[in-house]
Each structure stands twice: as structure tokens, then as C-alpha cells.
Design a binder for this molecule. Structure first.
Ligand code: GAL
Length: 468
């Protein structure tokens, strides 16, 4: 169970989930600040990320954790509204720039490669007030922000992620309204947001390509979440088709335009068109790319960044109630196999990762793959002795190793989610994904390693599962 020489072992966090300091040193509010401050029980116990892990003031403590693990890579995100309080480059908050400069410099001094996400769910509130991702004007604003980051940090940052999980964000924020801005637009808003996100990503990749790549020699991608859908009844043709629709709507919706031919998958286009028609919509609710847009979207990623947590059984189901929504358009239901072990919402299916990686290799022409997130939650209170959770990681590494050694999938980096227990969006602090435990009652926010952190450090030292 050895990994290829030079394999990257990382851990990930995101700004809103760990930083705190929500209004310190000139930071502008993000949509998550607004949403959590409004209360209304949309987040577990109305918790907020106001302080979170305190990483804005306790970065040195995070660095100690990173060194203790021996990570080769650390993935973190920039808070857009810490750098640009109103979201635009009209005013740049120098204290925000200093904060991220220090993180980047400290990582490099310690031989750790930074993987930097420009945008991880925390849109500046000022931009949401102008329509957020539903408005086309955000494409230009995002590009300006991206250029600022490339020009400010790109002399040292060589691995960029433009956006984290736009496939999840468009659904949760703009279709279902579970994430801020909290307003559902069933069957329309999610598609519109996704459409603008894809265009914004492509625009910023082109900016990097034409203005920075030659000098900076870095790589730019986008992180996509994917679960593995397995047909509930493997002998049923309609369940097999449903499983194909599941991955098409979830992963390929973004991956095919960007890594394929510039356009949405055929099955997504035909499915949304036919359900729209059935529901009496005058035309398909799915927006279309022009031919020129397709040409500019195609090929706008330098590696494939994927995040995997869980898998589901998938069963065909026609939506008889006529409800609108992306989830209804797919016409399926998700089931779980009772034999799968569960950690909170994560059904632990390590072989699902291997199948997913093979799918990406076969569908997208054998790209270099980074797993930019993978992990297992424990509910609060979590025991420091998390043997059960380590077993999930161990089995996942075994499957990952088979994917690399047997299937020949080109995976270069694995990042565990997360370095620290943190603010887990609508679950608040109740769902603990950290390799390090954080005591959210203690103002000093002490970080203490779980047993799995010590095991992970051994894997990193041995570059494999020797002795595990
Ligand atoms: C991902 C997200 C992370 C983290 C993780 C665990 O969808 O990018 O921010 O919350 O899920 O749920």
C-alpha cells in the first residue's frame, strides 16, 4: 500500500469556517455573516462563524497543527470580503492582504505548498445585494477579484481553485434556499447561478492564462463535489439510467462544459426540457450557452479537483407531484444500503471513491486529479480517541491506492477535510470534521489532535499504509 513518490498529502479549511474575526480590521460582511446574524433556526442553535476557530488571530496555532501532521499541502480559502470589503477592487483592505501574505509565507518557509481557493461559499454581502450569482454582472466582478489575487499572491501561490463546489452552492443557495441568501427559486435560480458561475470561472481562468501564467507558471482549477451513484437494482435498466442522470446533473453539469466540450450534458438538457414542458413552462428552464461561450468555457482547468464524501443508491422515480426544482428534474430518489456504516450524514463507501476516480479518468481524458476534500464527521461531543473514524480514512486510502496502482488513475494530491473542527455551515459546531479537536467554549480555542491525526501523520511519513 505504497503511494507514488512525491504524492501530496494535505488538509483543507475555508475562511468562513475557521477564521472568525468577522468584522475585524476592516473586513466587510459576507452572506454568511448576514445569514447567521438573522437567526431563525436555519443554522444549528443559531450558531455563527463570528469567532469560529479564531484562525484570523490564531494562525500560528494552525501552523503548528500543519507541522505536527507533516503536511506537504495546505488548502485554505481567501475571504473575498476581507480583501475587498464591498466585493469590488474599488477598495483593497491591506490588513487582509497582510494576513494572507503571512499564511502563504509561513507555509512556504515550512516547505508546505499552498492550494488557495478564491471563493468558498462566503460571497461579499454587497454583491449579494446586487443579485449575487443570479446577476450576470458578477462575472466581471469575480474576474477582477481573481486578477487581484493572482497579481498579489501568485508570485508564491501556484495552485489555485477559483470556486469551491459551485455544484453544491448553486443548489443549496439559489435553488433550495438552505444557504444564504436563503431564498428558494425552485427549478430556476440554481441553474441561473450555476450558469454564471461557470462563465465566471472560465473568465478568470483566461485572465490567468493570458496575464499571469507565463511569469507565474501556476495551475488553476475548480473544486467539484461528487458522490458515487450506484443503481439501486443493478439489473434494472431504469435504475441504471437514473444513476447516469445523477452523475450528469451533479458532476458533469460543471465538468463537461469545463473539461469536455463547453456545453452541458445532453441528458441534462433533454431532461430539463422535458420536465419543463410537462410542468407547463414555456421553454426549458435550463439556460443555454452561445457557441462563442462554449468555445471560451471549454478547456478552462489545468487539473481536475474533486471532493468526495459519500455514495448513494439511486432509483428511478418520476415526479408525480409536479413540484419544481433541480432535484425533481433529475427524476430519481436516493437510497442507502443498510450495510453501509454511517458517520452522521456520510455513508462510508470507500469503494465509491475508486469508482468515481475511474469515471473521471475515463470520461475526461485521464486528467491530473487532486482530491481537494474528503473526510468523516463526528457529532459533538466527539471523543479524542476516534478509532472508528480512522478506520474510514484507512479504508479510503486503500481504495485510493488501488485507484492509483491498479486502475492507473492520475491522482497527485489528497487533502483531508478538515485540519480543524470548524463551523460546518447549517450544522454549526455540531458536526466535527477536524483532525484536530477545537474547544469552542474556551476563548483560547485550543487545538488537540484526535488519534486519527497521529495516524495520518504516520501515513504521510511513510507515504503509504505500511504497518496499518
Ligand atoms: C463540503 C464543503 C466544506 C465542508 C464539507 C463537509 O461540501 O466544501 O466546506 O463543509 O463539505 O460537509
Amino acid at each position: 500500500m505504497a503511494f507514488p513518490a512525491g504524492f501530496g498529502w494535505g488538509a483543507a479549511t475555508s475562511a468562513y469556517q475557521v477564521e472568525g474575526g468577522w468584522d475585524m480590521d476592516g473586513k466587510g460582511p459576507s452572506v454568511w455573516d448576514t445569514f447567521t446574524h438573522q437567526g431563525g433556526e436555519r443554522v444549528f442553535k443559531n450558531q455563527t462563524g463570528d469567532v469560529a476557530c479564531g484562525s484570523y488571530t490564531l494562525w500560528e496555532e494552525d501552523l503548528k497543527c500543519i507541522k505536527q501532521l507533516g503536511l506537504t499541502h495546505y488548502r485554505f480559502s481567501l475571504s473575498w470580503s476581507r480583501l475587498l470589503p464591498d466585493g469590488t477592487t474599488g477598495f483593497i483592505n491591506q490588513k487582509g492582504v497582510n494576513y494572507y501574505n503571512k499564511i502563504i509565507d509561513d507555509l512556504l518557509t515550512n516547505g508546505v505548498t499552498p492550494i488557495v481557493t478564491l471563493y468558498h461559499f462566503d460571497l461579499p454581502q454587497a454583491l449579494e445585494d446586487q443579485g449575487g450569482w443570479l446577476s450576470e454582472s458578477i462575472i466581471e466582478t469575480f474576474d477582477q477579484y481573481a486578477r487581484l489575487c493572482f497579481s498579489t499572491f501568485g508570485d508564491r501561490v501556484k495552485q489555485w481553485i477559483t470556486m469551491n463546489e459551485p455544484n453544491v452552492l448553486s443548489l443549496l443557495a439559489y435553488d433550495l434556499g438552505f444557504f444564504p441568501p436563503g431564498v428558494p427559486h425552485l427549478g430556476t435560480g440554481g441553474y441561473q447561478a450555476a450558469h454564471n458561475m461557470i462563465k465566471a470561472h472560465a473568465r478568470s481562468w483566461h485572465s490567468y492564462d493570458s496575464l499571469f501564467r507565463k511569469e507565474q507558471k501556476g495551475m488553476v482549477s475548480i473544486s467539484l463535489l461528487a458522490g458515487w451513484p450506484e443503481p439501486a437494482d443493478p439489473s434494472s435498466l431504469s435504475d441504471q439510467e437514473a444513476a447516469k442522470r445523477a452523475i450528469a446533473f451533479h458532476l458533469d453539469f460543471f465538468a463537461k462544459p469545463i473539461f469536455g466540450d463547453g456545453d452541458y450534458p445532453e441528458v441534462v438538457k433533454s431532461q430539463v426540457a422535458s420536465v419543463s414542458k410537462k410542468q407547463g413552462d414555456p421553454s426549458s428552464r435550463l439556460p443555454e450557452f452561445t457557441e462563442e461561450e462554449k468555445r471560451t468555457i471549454k478547456g478552462t482547468a489545468d487539473f481536475f479537483a474533486v471532493q468526495y464524501y459519500t455514495s448513494r443508491l439511486v432509483k428511478h422515480r418520476e415526479d408525480t407531484k409536479g413540484e419544481r426544482g433541480i432535484l425533481q428534474d433529475v427524476e430519481l430518489e436516493f437510497l442507502t444500503d443498510p450495510s453501509w456504516k454511517s458517520m452522521d450524514w456520510v455513508h462510508v463507501v470507500p469503494w465509491g471513491l475508486r469508482k468515481l476516480l475511474k469515471y473521471i479518468m475515463d470520461t475526461y481524458n485521464n486528467p491530473v486529479i487532486y482530491i481537494t476534500e474528503n473526510g468523516f464527521p463526528q457529532s459533538d461531543p466527539a471523543s479524542l480517541d476516534d478509532t472508528q473514524r480512522w478506520e474510514c480514512f484507512r479504508q479510503t486510502f486503500q481504495e485510493l491506492c488501488k485507484a492509483i496502482q491498479v486502475d492507473k488513475v492520475n491522482v497527485k494530491v489528497y487533502c483531508a477535510w478538515s485540519l480543524l473542527d470548524n463551523f460546518e455551515w447549517t450544522q454549526g459546531y455540531n458536526s466535527r470534521f477536524g483532525l484536530f479537536h477545537v474547544d469552542f467554549e474556551d476563548p483560547a480555542r485550543p487545538r488537540v489532535p484526535y488519534s486519527s491525526a497521529k495516524e495520518y501523520a504516520k501515513v504521510i511519513r511513510n507515504n503509504g499504509l505500511d504497518g496499518h
